[in-house]
Design a protein around this ligand. Sequence first.
Ligand code: GLY
Length: 292
Amino acid sequence: MTPYAIALHGGAGVKPGRDYSRAEAQLRRLAGDGAEALKRGVSALDAVETAVRALEAEGLCVAGRGSAPNTAGYVELDASIMDGAAMRAGAVAAVRDVVHPITAARRVMDASGHVLLAGAGAMDFIETQGLARVEDPASYYRIPDGVEPADFDDPKAAAHGTVGAVALDRQGRLAAATSTGGTFGKHAGRVGDTPLIGPGTWADSNVAISATGVGEAFILAGGAGDMAARMRYGGADVNAAADAMLADVARRGGDGGVIAVTRSGEVVFAWNSPGMKRAAAGAAIPVFAAVV
Ligand code: GLY
Protein backbone atom coordinates (compact mmCIF):
# COMPACT_ATOMS: atom_id res chain seq x y z
CA MET A 1 0.00 0.00 0.00
CA THR A 2 1.33 3.43 -0.93
CA PRO A 3 1.70 5.32 2.36
CA TYR A 4 0.05 8.62 3.03
CA ALA A 5 -0.66 10.31 6.35
CA ILE A 6 -1.59 13.58 8.00
CA ALA A 7 -1.08 14.71 11.59
CA LEU A 8 -2.39 17.86 13.24
CA HIS A 9 -1.86 19.72 16.47
CA GLY A 10 -3.94 22.35 18.19
CA GLY A 11 -1.25 23.42 20.60
CA ALA A 12 0.74 21.96 23.46
CA GLY A 13 -0.37 22.41 27.02
CA VAL A 14 -3.79 21.58 28.39
CA LYS A 15 -5.24 22.32 31.78
CA PRO A 16 -6.83 19.59 33.92
CA GLY A 17 -10.60 19.80 34.14
CA ARG A 18 -11.08 22.06 31.14
CA ASP A 19 -13.29 21.02 28.28
CA TYR A 20 -11.41 20.65 25.01
CA SER A 21 -14.03 18.43 23.39
CA ARG A 22 -14.87 20.85 20.56
CA ALA A 23 -11.23 21.36 19.64
CA GLU A 24 -10.62 17.60 19.81
CA ALA A 25 -13.65 16.90 17.61
CA GLN A 26 -12.48 19.46 15.06
CA LEU A 27 -8.99 17.95 14.96
CA ARG A 28 -10.46 14.46 14.49
CA ARG A 29 -12.69 15.62 11.66
CA LEU A 30 -9.85 17.48 9.93
CA ALA A 31 -7.53 14.49 10.22
CA GLY A 32 -10.16 12.28 8.59
CA ASP A 33 -10.85 14.82 5.86
CA GLY A 34 -7.13 15.33 5.26
CA ALA A 35 -6.48 11.61 4.92
CA GLU A 36 -9.36 11.28 2.46
CA ALA A 37 -7.94 14.12 0.40
CA LEU A 38 -4.47 12.56 0.39
CA LYS A 39 -6.01 9.24 -0.67
CA ARG A 40 -7.60 11.05 -3.64
CA GLY A 41 -4.19 12.40 -4.65
CA VAL A 42 -4.21 15.87 -3.10
CA SER A 43 -0.65 17.08 -2.45
CA ALA A 44 0.81 17.17 1.05
CA LEU A 45 1.30 20.92 0.62
CA ASP A 46 -2.37 21.54 -0.16
CA ALA A 47 -3.47 19.17 2.62
CA VAL A 48 -1.51 20.98 5.35
CA GLU A 49 -2.61 24.42 4.14
CA THR A 50 -6.27 23.33 4.05
CA ALA A 51 -6.13 21.87 7.56
CA VAL A 52 -4.45 24.93 9.05
CA ARG A 53 -6.90 27.28 7.32
CA ALA A 54 -9.76 25.43 8.99
CA LEU A 55 -8.09 25.66 12.39
CA GLU A 56 -7.44 29.39 11.88
CA ALA A 57 -11.05 30.03 10.88
CA GLU A 58 -12.69 28.17 13.75
CA GLY A 59 -10.74 29.86 16.53
CA LEU A 60 -10.86 26.95 18.96
CA CYS A 61 -7.07 27.07 19.30
CA VAL A 62 -4.62 29.97 19.57
CA ALA A 63 -4.29 30.84 15.89
CA GLY A 64 -6.23 32.98 13.48
CA ARG A 65 -9.58 33.75 15.06
CA GLY A 66 -8.54 32.27 18.41
CA SER A 67 -5.61 34.65 18.84
CA ALA A 68 -5.26 36.96 21.83
CA PRO A 69 -4.19 40.59 21.80
CA ASN A 70 -0.65 41.63 22.66
CA THR A 71 0.29 44.18 25.31
CA ALA A 72 -0.59 46.99 22.91
CA GLY A 73 -4.11 45.61 22.55
CA TYR A 74 -4.05 44.15 19.06
CA VAL A 75 -3.55 40.70 17.57
CA GLU A 76 -0.35 39.90 15.67
CA LEU A 77 -0.15 36.67 13.72
CA ASP A 78 2.71 34.41 12.61
CA ALA A 79 2.65 31.49 10.16
CA SER A 80 4.93 29.39 7.98
CA ILE A 81 4.71 26.57 5.45
CA MET A 82 7.36 24.33 3.92
CA ASP A 83 7.36 22.08 0.87
CA GLY A 84 9.88 19.37 1.65
CA ALA A 85 9.94 17.93 -1.87
CA ALA A 86 11.03 21.18 -3.48
CA MET A 87 12.78 22.63 -0.40
CA ARG A 88 10.74 25.81 -0.65
CA ALA A 89 9.22 27.74 2.23
CA GLY A 90 7.22 30.86 3.01
CA ALA A 91 6.35 32.70 6.18
CA VAL A 92 4.77 35.83 7.62
CA ALA A 93 5.54 37.39 10.99
CA ALA A 94 3.72 40.01 13.05
CA VAL A 95 0.93 40.52 10.51
CA ARG A 96 -2.47 41.90 11.44
CA ASP A 97 -6.07 41.05 10.63
CA VAL A 98 -5.54 38.57 7.83
CA VAL A 99 -8.09 35.76 8.04
CA HIS A 100 -5.65 33.07 6.90
CA PRO A 101 -2.03 33.78 7.82
CA ILE A 102 -1.07 30.33 6.50
CA THR A 103 -2.24 31.29 3.01
CA ALA A 104 -0.27 34.52 3.29
CA ALA A 105 2.77 32.36 4.10
CA ARG A 106 2.06 30.17 1.10
CA ARG A 107 1.81 33.23 -1.15
CA VAL A 108 5.18 34.42 0.17
CA MET A 109 6.58 31.04 -0.89
CA ASP A 110 4.84 30.97 -4.27
CA ALA A 111 4.86 34.61 -5.33
CA SER A 112 7.30 36.84 -3.45
CA GLY A 113 10.74 35.42 -4.19
CA HIS A 114 11.41 35.52 -0.44
CA VAL A 115 10.98 33.16 2.49
CA LEU A 116 9.85 35.48 5.29
CA LEU A 117 8.00 38.79 5.21
CA ALA A 118 7.28 40.70 8.43
CA GLY A 119 5.31 43.66 9.71
CA ALA A 120 4.26 46.51 7.45
CA GLY A 121 5.98 45.13 4.36
CA ALA A 122 4.21 41.82 4.82
CA MET A 123 0.90 43.69 5.08
CA ASP A 124 1.64 45.49 1.80
CA PHE A 125 2.32 42.13 0.16
CA ILE A 126 -0.89 40.63 1.58
CA GLU A 127 -2.80 43.59 0.13
CA THR A 128 -1.36 42.91 -3.34
CA GLN A 129 -2.45 39.27 -3.05
CA GLY A 130 -6.06 40.17 -2.30
CA LEU A 131 -6.26 37.89 0.71
CA ALA A 132 -9.32 38.00 2.99
CA ARG A 133 -8.99 40.54 5.80
CA VAL A 134 -10.68 40.77 9.19
CA GLU A 135 -13.18 43.61 8.86
CA ASP A 136 -14.04 44.04 12.54
CA PRO A 137 -11.25 42.80 14.84
CA ALA A 138 -13.21 43.64 18.00
CA SER A 139 -15.91 41.10 17.18
CA TYR A 140 -13.87 38.62 15.13
CA TYR A 141 -11.28 37.35 17.59
CA ARG A 142 -12.50 35.12 20.37
CA ILE A 143 -11.00 33.37 23.36
CA PRO A 144 -10.29 29.76 22.38
CA ASP A 145 -11.48 26.62 24.15
CA GLY A 146 -9.76 25.94 27.43
CA VAL A 147 -8.57 29.50 27.99
CA GLU A 148 -9.96 31.85 30.58
CA PRO A 149 -9.62 35.62 30.69
CA ALA A 150 -7.42 35.29 33.78
CA ASP A 151 -4.84 33.48 31.63
CA PHE A 152 -4.08 36.71 29.84
CA ASP A 153 -2.43 37.96 33.04
CA ASP A 154 -0.37 34.83 33.40
CA PRO A 155 1.56 34.25 30.18
CA LYS A 156 3.36 31.17 31.50
CA ALA A 157 0.10 29.52 32.50
CA ALA A 158 -1.43 29.77 29.05
CA ALA A 159 1.60 30.25 26.87
CA HIS A 160 0.82 27.36 24.59
CA GLY A 161 -1.30 27.81 21.55
CA THR A 162 -0.45 27.36 17.90
CA VAL A 163 -1.87 25.00 15.31
CA GLY A 164 0.01 22.89 12.82
CA ALA A 165 -0.19 20.12 10.25
CA VAL A 166 2.28 17.73 8.63
CA ALA A 167 1.55 15.40 5.74
CA LEU A 168 2.98 12.75 3.43
CA ASP A 169 1.23 12.38 0.09
CA ARG A 170 1.01 9.39 -2.24
CA GLN A 171 3.83 10.80 -4.37
CA GLY A 172 6.10 10.65 -1.32
CA ARG A 173 6.17 14.41 -0.81
CA LEU A 174 6.30 15.84 2.71
CA ALA A 175 5.01 19.24 3.86
CA ALA A 176 4.49 21.12 7.12
CA ALA A 177 2.52 24.21 8.15
CA THR A 178 2.23 26.11 11.44
CA SER A 179 0.16 29.15 12.48
CA THR A 180 -0.20 31.06 15.73
CA GLY A 181 -1.37 34.19 17.49
CA GLY A 182 1.68 33.76 19.70
CA THR A 183 1.86 33.76 23.45
CA PHE A 184 -0.63 35.57 25.66
CA GLY A 185 0.53 38.91 26.91
CA LYS A 186 3.36 39.06 24.37
CA HIS A 187 5.03 42.36 23.63
CA ALA A 188 3.96 44.10 20.44
CA GLY A 189 6.32 42.97 17.70
CA ARG A 190 7.31 39.80 19.53
CA VAL A 191 7.90 36.95 17.09
CA GLY A 192 8.19 33.36 18.25
CA ASP A 193 9.29 30.16 16.58
CA THR A 194 6.22 29.63 14.40
CA PRO A 195 7.17 31.76 11.36
CA LEU A 196 10.81 30.67 11.49
CA ILE A 197 11.77 27.96 9.03
CA GLY A 198 13.77 25.69 11.27
CA PRO A 199 12.52 26.28 14.81
CA GLY A 200 8.77 26.23 14.15
CA THR A 201 8.33 24.41 10.84
CA TRP A 202 10.48 22.03 8.82
CA ALA A 203 10.02 19.64 5.91
CA ASP A 204 12.56 17.85 3.71
CA SER A 205 12.62 14.55 1.83
CA ASN A 206 12.89 12.65 5.10
CA VAL A 207 10.48 14.19 7.61
CA ALA A 208 7.94 16.99 8.10
CA ILE A 209 7.64 18.64 11.52
CA SER A 210 5.47 21.32 13.15
CA ALA A 211 6.26 22.64 16.63
CA THR A 212 4.16 24.15 19.40
CA GLY A 213 5.15 25.59 22.73
CA VAL A 214 7.18 28.39 24.25
CA GLY A 215 8.65 29.92 21.12
CA GLU A 216 11.66 31.51 22.76
CA ALA A 217 12.88 28.11 23.99
CA PHE A 218 12.24 26.46 20.62
CA ILE A 219 14.26 29.18 18.87
CA LEU A 220 17.18 28.66 21.25
CA ALA A 221 17.00 24.87 20.90
CA GLY A 222 16.65 24.90 17.13
CA GLY A 223 13.22 23.23 17.28
CA ALA A 224 11.94 21.34 14.25
CA GLY A 225 15.07 22.00 12.17
CA ASP A 226 17.29 20.65 14.91
CA MET A 227 15.14 17.54 15.12
CA ALA A 228 15.40 16.98 11.36
CA ALA A 229 19.17 17.49 11.50
CA ARG A 230 19.49 14.93 14.27
CA MET A 231 17.84 12.49 11.87
CA ARG A 232 19.60 13.58 8.66
CA TYR A 233 23.20 13.65 9.76
CA GLY A 234 22.97 12.46 13.33
CA GLY A 235 21.42 9.14 12.41
CA ALA A 236 18.71 9.41 15.08
CA ASP A 237 15.31 7.87 14.53
CA VAL A 238 12.34 10.22 14.60
CA ASN A 239 11.35 9.43 18.20
CA ALA A 240 14.85 9.86 19.59
CA ALA A 241 15.30 13.08 17.61
CA ALA A 242 12.06 14.52 19.01
CA ASP A 243 12.91 13.55 22.58
CA ALA A 244 16.43 15.00 22.38
CA MET A 245 15.25 18.27 20.88
CA LEU A 246 12.47 18.64 23.47
CA ALA A 247 14.98 17.95 26.25
CA ASP A 248 16.98 20.87 24.89
CA VAL A 249 13.81 23.01 24.85
CA ALA A 250 13.39 22.16 28.54
CA ARG A 251 17.00 23.16 29.23
CA ARG A 252 16.20 26.54 27.64
CA GLY A 253 13.37 27.01 30.11
CA GLY A 254 10.42 26.08 27.91
CA ASP A 255 8.11 23.26 27.04
CA GLY A 256 5.89 22.21 24.19
CA GLY A 257 5.66 19.53 21.57
CA VAL A 258 6.02 18.43 17.97
CA ILE A 259 4.13 16.45 15.40
CA ALA A 260 6.06 14.67 12.66
CA VAL A 261 5.50 12.37 9.72
CA THR A 262 8.31 10.50 8.02
CA ARG A 263 8.75 9.48 4.39
CA SER A 264 7.56 5.97 5.32
CA GLY A 265 4.32 7.34 6.77
CA GLU A 266 5.20 6.98 10.43
CA VAL A 267 3.46 9.62 12.56
CA VAL A 268 5.04 10.77 15.81
CA PHE A 269 3.67 12.98 18.55
CA ALA A 270 6.04 14.10 21.30
CA TRP A 271 5.57 16.68 24.04
CA ASN A 272 6.96 17.65 27.42
CA SER A 273 4.08 19.97 28.31
CA PRO A 274 0.90 18.88 30.08
CA GLY A 275 -0.82 17.32 27.08
CA MET A 276 -1.03 18.33 23.44
CA LYS A 277 -4.15 18.60 21.32
CA ARG A 278 -3.47 16.27 18.40
CA ALA A 279 -4.92 14.05 15.69
CA ALA A 280 -3.78 11.83 12.83
CA ALA A 281 -5.05 9.61 10.05
CA GLY A 282 -3.53 7.83 7.09
CA ALA A 283 -3.35 4.76 4.90
CA ALA A 284 -2.33 2.62 7.86
CA ILE A 285 -3.56 4.91 10.64
CA PRO A 286 -7.21 4.87 11.77
CA VAL A 287 -8.53 8.36 12.53
CA PHE A 288 -7.25 9.33 15.97
CA ALA A 289 -7.54 12.38 18.21
CA ALA A 290 -6.54 13.10 21.80
CA VAL A 291 -5.75 15.93 24.17
CA VAL A 292 -3.87 14.44 27.14
N1 GLY B 1 5.03 28.62 19.64
C1 GLY B 1 4.32 29.79 19.36
C2 GLY B 1 4.91 30.99 19.90
O1 GLY B 1 5.74 30.93 20.83
O2 GLY B 1 4.59 32.06 19.42
